[in-house]
Design a protein around this ligand. Structure first.
Ligand SMILES: [Zn+2]
Length: 331
């Protein structure tokens, strides 16, 4: 299988974790910001997390530098364009990018300006390349909750036309879902779809809660349904698709090694999975690499790869027309 040429779909990709190191240098110069170094390799070192991080905080520290330059509309639009461009150039046909609008207000941008800029950059890439996309708005679990509905309102004007879903991201504490029920309900009433980071650092119970309390249709990671029978059965029986991010899961120690990843066992047992990057820069990866890793580690046949591709299409938050287009790439 030619991993580069094969059509790919990425449903779990963070904007601030996927910035080109060169762009950081150029934007810092434009914005008059001083960087710890002007050397591209040193900047890259500061952005890429080690292959196995001592802890999640070490991984999350890699987002500070990109976020420092992502505080203007021009910068957000440019970085959005570039993430879609990079993906399109490796034959990613559909990409859902997520980001936390709360992280881009250091210079006073409104949620509306932040979301508009991200969508604008994506549109520019869609015009130039054979790629389609949508944005997912990630709410940071550790931030104050008083602005959540404002973010949902600000994204609503793009709903099903650039913005499609509501997500909860950041540190995963036990039982976190209970605090977010009214916000997820508000998002659903407005027309948002729901995907939630759960079962990555936390337990299978969080996955169960995300589906049963928050209405999640997909789960970011979900690894820890393994060993939690109730969560496992719920995900399987309700056809909840897991957004698997193999390299990232090894880096953050969600699994000890790729060979220990339950992705193949899930797939064999009929649990729906997709293959995703999580963070193109922080995890130093591409969709080509992620597909290669999974296919080679678990000896998947091309047919099995395309089964996963089709699951990604069906459980994407794309329009029916885009889904039909994406299915046309599968044999
Ligand atoms: Zn993620």
């Amino acid at each position: 299988m030619n991993y580069f040429n094969v059509p790919k779909i990425d449903l779990h990709c963070h904007l601030d974790g996927s910035v080109r190191p060169q762009t950081i240098i150029e934007l810092a110069r434009l914005q008059g910001l001083s960087l710890p170094s002007e050397d591209i390799d040193e900047i890259k070192t500061l952005m890429v997390a080690p292959e196995t991080c001592p802890n999640l905080d070490e991984y999350l520290s890699r987002f500070e530098l990109p976020l420092s330059v992502m505080q203007t509309q021009e910068a957000i639009e440019r970085i959005s364009f570039e993430v879609f461009e990079d993906a399109a150039k490796e034959n990613v046909k559909y990409l859902e990018v997520r980001f936390g609008p709360q992280l881009h207000q250091q210079q006073g941008l409104t949620f509306g300006q932040i979301i508009d800029s991200a969508v604008k950059g994506m549109r520019k890439a869609e015009k130039r390349y054979d790629i389609h996309g949508n944005y997912i708005l990630s709410i940071l679990r550790t931030f104050a909750k008083d602005k959540i509905n404002d973010i949902i309102d600000a994204g609503a004007k793009h709903l099903n036309d650039g913005v499609v879903a509501f997500d909860l991201a950041g540190s995963e504490l036990p039982g976190f879902c209970h605090e977010f029920i009214p916000y997820a309900q508000y998002a659903i009433e407005k027309g948002y779809r729901v995907t939630i980071h759960a079962g990555e650092q936390g337990s299978g119970q969080n996955v169960h809660d995300a589906v049963s309390l928050l209405g999640a249709e997909r789960i970011g990671h979900g690894i820890h349904i393994k060993g939690h029978e109730q969560a496992y059965d719920l995900v399987k029986n309700q056809a909840i698709a897991l957004e698997t991010c193999p390299s990232s899961n090894v880096q953050t120690k969600a699994v000890d090694a790729l060979s220990d990843h339950p992705v193949k066992a899930f797939h064999k047992d009929g649990v729906l999975i997709s293959i995703n990057t999580d963070n193109r820069t922080v995890s130093n990866t591409t969709m080509t690499d992620e597909v290669r890793k999974v296919v080679e580690e678990f000896n998947l046949t091309p047919e099995e790869y395309f089964d996963i591709y089709k699951v990604s299409v069906e459980h994407s938050f794309a329009s029916e027309a885009v889904k039909q287009h994406l299915l046309s790439f599968a044999p």
